[in-house]
Design a protein around this ligand. Structure first.
Ligand code: HEM
Length: 469
């Protein structure tokens, strides 16, 4: 198919060089006049117009060849679509305004055929497995580009290759997750089996993209629980909960995610306004409904990462139920600390909050929202918000982050850099669900492996905070 498409594109380009020749050098001949319906005298008077049209057709032919042969596969595909669509439209307008169907046949029809073939041969994933491979390939490129750009490396990474996503560490804190005492029986599953049970935890707070905390963006809260031996023989088994400060994801499924990743790659290194335009042109004009989710996820109101709510966005098994997780600050913790605006203001806010001596800990309620209706609360589409008025989140545990802990140290930062979180570090009873989560299984594994190999550090689950002190 690809080879035939190349031939068709070359033929279309040659047609345009043919049109160029006719318009530039044979404008007043009988043949061209039979197409333009111009009288001989009118044709002679409009030779200049013909030459200008010739130039446009010549440029279009060259652009088509350049797009097809000079660009990388996915860029060539996008450029071909733009140019071939122009040709189709120009052919239709020409046929209508000149009342000559031959213009449509000679110009629009071959371009329509090429568009169909280009779509059939599109270099984008058609299956989830292909999507996973393409996402890994693009994520690795993004990580490698960042690794070569000192300005893309957060100070806390100390020159090491940072994560491709969520590279900026705001702080790694030690915490305890304490299972709620009054947990209903049906909620006592997995790590929440035993009311009152306490687990040691690390929590990594991060910026999704920005190195400057003042820029609008998303924020992460990744929790790692230790000694979760419920369903396994091993004693040091971990359970991760990976959360974000927005309830819904901005891409619907794995195939769309490949397109989103390609847009991310194309926008890489661009200014904020250029990035917006690149995303709009490369992805969101086709997925307009999701744009609202992305906009909402670009938060500019966050001044204290310990005073905002985080969600899992994607669903998880919870015993026999299906749930989404969230972590909600409560008590004093829900009131943000205000510090001077600076590029590291979120870490500064955490320092103030965790340096306080009048409280023993900052607390989050760890909640689950149970799926009560498979249609309005879908598993496979994380862009749809599960209505909290229909299914109220239930507190299943309390996360307590002790104050007066020395989290702003080089040693902590190093532990944070070497950690790997993934939703698939999970007990079977809490396994991730849905297409986006299925993709994350191989992607997080592969990217963490790649990052650790580049940094020459072993990839292993860490010690609990109590042993790291
Ligand atoms: C197909 C979709 C997704 C892909 C391909 C993806 C990819 C990644 C990758 C490669 C990392 C870095 C992992 C590492 O190097 O150790 C990462 C980190 C992260 N992702 Fe995703 N992600 C996806 C969806 C999500 C969703 C739905 C959430 C919502 C909670 C999320 C939240 C996070 C967070 C919070 C981190 C930082 C974890 C840490 O602190 O180490 N991601 N993601």
């Amino acid at each position: 198919m690809k080879r035939t498409l190349l031939c068709v594109v070359v033929v279309i380009a040659c047609f345009h060089f043919g049109f160029m020749f006719l318009e530039a050098f044979a404008w007043s001949t009988q043949f061209v006049r039979s197409l333009t319906h111009l009288s001989e005298s009118a044709a002679r008077e409009t030779v200049g117009v013909g030459r200008n049209m010739a130039l446009s057709n010549g440029f279009l032919g060259v652009a088509l060849l350049w797009a097809t042969f000079a660009l990388r596969e996915r860029e060539a595909y996008s450029a071909q679509w733009v140019l071939l669509s122009f040709i189709v439209v120009a052919g239709v307008v020409g046929a209508v305004t000149m009342r000559n169907y031959r213009i449509f046949v000679m110009q629009s029809l071959p371009a329509l055929v090429a568009l169909g073939m280009s779509w059939l041969a599109r270099p984008y994933a058609r299956t989830e497995d292909q999507a996973i491979q393409q996402i890994i390939e693009i994520e690795r490129q993004i990580l490698a580009i960042n690794a070569m750009n000192p300005r893309a490396i957060p100070e806390t990474a100390k020159g090491a290759v940072p994560r491709g996503q969520h590279p900026k560490l705001l702080g790694l804190v030690e915490a305890k997750l304490i299972v709620a005492d009054n947990l209903p029986k049906e909620m006592r599953v997995g790590v929440f089996k035993e009311p009152g049970k306490s687990y040691d935890a690390w929590i990594r707070y991060s910026n999704a993209r920005n190195l400057d905390d003042r820029d609008p963006g998303g924020h992460g809260m990744a929790i790692k629980l230790f000694n979760v031996a419920a369903e396994t023989e091993s004693s040091n088994v971990t359970q991760d909960f990976v959360l974000f400060d927005s309830p819904v994801f901005f891409v619907g499924n794995p195939l769309q995610y490949v397109e989103f990743e390609e847009a991310t790659l194309r926008a890489h290194g661009k200014s904020r306004s250029e990035t917006r335009i690149a995303f709009l042109l490369n992805y969101y004009w086709r997925h307009r409904k999701q744009l609202k989710n992305l906009r909402n996820a670009q938060r500019s109101d966050v001044i204290d990462p310990l005073a905002i709510r985080y969600w899992s966005m994607t669903p998880y098994q919870f015993g026999s139920a299906v749930v989404k997780y969230s972590a909600k600050p409560v008590g004093e913790g829900a009131v943000p600390v205000v510090v001077e605006r600076s590029k590291d203001m979120l870490r500064e806010a955490m320092k103030v909050r965790l340096g306080r001596t009048d409280a023993e800990f900052v607390e989050f309620e760890f909640q689950v929202q149970v799926q009560t209706d498979a249609r309005s609360m879908p598993v496979e589409d994380p862009t749809k918000e599960w209505d909290e008025a229909v299914s109220r989140p239930i507190t299943v545990a309390h996360l307590r982050i002790p104050t007066r802990q020395p989290f702003d140290t080089e040693e902590r930062n190093l532990i944070a850099e070497n950690l790997s979180f993934t939703p698939w570090h999970a007990l079977h009873g809490h396994r991730p669900l849905g297409g986006i989560n299925r993709v994350r299984q191989a992607v997080y594994e592969s990217l963490s492996e790649f990052r650790h190999a580049l940094n020459h550090v072993p990839r292993q689950e860490p010690n609990p905070p109590t042993q790291a002190r």
